[in-house]
Design a protein around this ligand. Structure first.
Ligand SMILES: [Zn+2]
Length: 271
């Protein structure tokens, strides 16, 4: 399945079945092993019609493919190597796995840079080498990148632009809002997690970024409204309501705008 025609065609549709999409969750995480069905039932009740499940390693990528098979139409799988995994051979194995199952992925992710956990220059250089591989793979397979950038917001945006990435979702961007501008100009999307209700940085980001680049995410099981409590996809509603309040725009209008943004990035899958 490639992007292409679905995205072009989607521009002329006036009715779209997508409602709320959680564009970044880790359903493959052990935190969901015991009660995933109940978690999914709650998300459906909350109006969630799609979940992009990202991965941090090869086992996650495999699990995400299984989950997508079990829940077609609801769960969309991504595969990636978390940026704190400084292991080029792991990246090579994951690349091979993603290529082997080409046509089954919605995105490459979670990939990116993390300058919070990795502080030495050699480690950061290796992170960039690994990210370069995944950018090339995303371009080759015509897939969006679902990107982590902890304490490396503007570095990551600049790197992605230099490497020729064009279809990009920056997840839980933690840099200063002004640092996101280059990404906005390049057409990158920025997904907002429920932790926005307790994060002044995220609140500033929402106020500053145009509604036309925002998406909803949860980063489940983390980044929920309550620190330490397990987060889940139903909580995208909390992020939606926070965005409406921060932007002083009616919830319905925000929901429609975000559905349109999500359709531009992922409509070829969920449509
Ligand atoms: Zn994540």
């Amino acid at each position: 399945m490639g992007r292409g025609s679905g995205m072009v065609a989607s521009g002329i549709l006036t009715h779209w079945p997508m409602t709320l999409i959680d564009t970044h969750a880790h359903l493959c995480a052990p935190e969901f092993a015991a009660d995933l069905e109940a978690v999914l039932a709650r998300s459906r009740s909350a109006g969630v019609s799609g979940i992009v499940t990202v991965g941090e390693n090869l086992a996650d990528a495999r699990r995400n493919l299984e989950l997508a098979e079990l829940h077609p139409g609801l769960i969309a799988p991504a595969g990636g190597l978390f940026p704190t995994v400084l292991d080029e051979s792991a990246a090579v194995s994951l690349e091979a796995h993603i290529r082997e199952h080409r046509g089954r992925w919605i995105a490459i992710g979670e990939v990116g840079l993390d300058y919070w956990k990795v502080q030495d220059e050699a480690g950061r250089e290796l992170q960039r080498d690994i990210l370069r591989r995944f950018v090339a793979l995303a371009v080759e397979l015509d897939l969006p990148l679902n990107v982590h950038s902890r304490s490396a917001g503007h570095h990551t945006i600049e790197f992605l632009l230099r490497e020729g990435a064009t279809v990009v979702q920056m997840h839980a961007f933690d840099g200063r809002a002004a640092r996101a501008e280059a990404g906005v100009e390049a057409g990158f999307f920025f997904s907002i997690p429920p932790s926005v209700v307790r994060s002044p940085q995220k609140q500033k980001l929402v106020k500053r970024l145009p509604l036309s680049c925002l998406l909803l995410e949860t980063d489940s099981p983390v980044l929920g409204p309550v620190p330490e409590a397990r987060n889940e996809p139903a909580n995208v509603v909390i992020a939606l309501e926070a965005i409406a309040e921060l932007k002083a725009v009616p919830r319905q209008e925000v929901e429609e705008a975000i559905a349109e943004n999500t359709r531009r990035l992922y409509g070829w899958w969920f449509g």
